[in-house]
Design a protein around this ligand. Structure first.
Ligand SMILES: Nc1ncnc2c1ncn2[C@@H]1O[C@H](COP(=O)(O)OP(=O)(O)O)[C@@H](O)[C@H]1O
Ligand SMILES: [Mg+2]
Length: 290
């Protein structure tokens, strides 16, 4: 098969891992930078040009779209899909997952438990909406943040008000969220490929930090999920319409709470922690489906 991996950087671990898995299965594979893709849309004709070349003969694409490329990335995927080319990522699912608010709305509407979350865009109602979230501390999150950047723990109502004022002034969209103490600075990343759980790791934030992102220096270990946790993680990926998903959950005595569902989850942490060839599982899915 001719497989294209959409990635801005061929040297990234995740990209290399997918390329190697495809080679090992005797596929032709090339890395295409989606930000350098030009799109031609005409009546009955939709083409993708890459560095002046009209791309033809591609059987499947595996998009790895970073947070700064979401809009154009989704447009490029849509253009490939319109030509009947199989994609491991649906453009609408990508857009949904990149917006923490829409993601939580979709999860809650489908019966997936999440931490209590509040959106307030109004200076006058803000103090009462901070009370709505629950006891201090609370978490304040940028709607489009990633890697733990833009996730803040606010210890007092006064402090929360000033942080919100600053974000409003900067025209940055944020949400407020109940802080889950029970998580103790840890979360669980569940990697799902085609409705199957292929890797699970617990990430523990470093000393003095509550964000358990590996990019923020957290450490990871393998763990086994309960049946309930497995079912909820798979449901979260399905609700989001993601064939490849990194589901982040917090474990509590009342069951798991889903924080977010990532559409281009990194492979390095999960493959090195679990020793599972997750790229291989992705290529196998492409082989079966394209
Ligand atoms: N409501 C919360 N309660 C406790 N910890 C949280 C909460 N929200 C986020 N965290 C911690 O912060 C990390 C980053 O938050 P997340 O919503 O996943 O944003 P990002 O997209 O930046 O990873 C999580 O992995 C978790 O460890
Ligand atoms: Mg996260």
């Amino acid at each position: 098969m001719n497989i294209a991996i959409l990635s801005r950087n061929a040297a990234l671990y995740s990209t290399r891992s997918l390329v190697n898995a495809a080679y090992r299965r005797n596929h032709n594979v090339r890395v295409i930078d989606h930000m350098n893709c030009d799109l031609v849309i005409d009546s009955g004709d939709m083409a993708v040009y890459y560095q002046g070349e009209r791309l033809e003969g591609i059987d499947a694409i595996i998009p790895r779209i970073g947070a700064t490329a979401t809009g154009h990335g989704a447009a490029v995927i849509r253009q490939f899909k319109a030509q009947g080319i199989y994609s491991t990522l649906d453009p609408d699912a990508l857009l949904l997952s990149r917006d923490k608010l829409s993601c939580l709305q979709a999860l809650s509407a489908n019966g997936v438990s999440i931490p209590r979350s509040v959106i307030s865009k109004n200076y006058y109602t803000m103090p009462s909406m901070i009370d709505e979230v629950g006891d201090m501390p609370i978490v304040i999150k940028m709607i489009k943040g990633t890697h733990g950047l833009g996730v803040i723990l606010s210890e007092s109502k006064k402090n929360a008000e000033s942080i919100l004022e600053a974000f409003y002034k900067a025209k940055e969209k944020v949400m407020l969220q109940e802080f889950i103490h029970e998580a103790k600075g840890a979360d669980v990343r569940v990697f799902i490929v085609n409705d199957e759980i292929v890797g699970v790791m617990k990430r523990q934030a470093k000393e003095g930090e509550f964000r358990s992102n590996l990019h923020r220096g957290a450490s990871s270990t393998i763990i086994k999920l309960t049946d309930e946790e497995e079912q909820i993680a798979r449901k979260a990926a399905r609700v989001m319409g993601l064939k490849i998903a990194g589901v982040d959950m917090l474990q509590t005595s009342e069951g798991p709470l889903i924080l977010e569902v990532n559409a281009s989850p990194g492979l390095e942490g999960i493959e090195t922690t679990t020793k599972v060839d997750i790229s291989g599982k992705i290529i196998d899915m492409v082989q079966r489906s394209a």
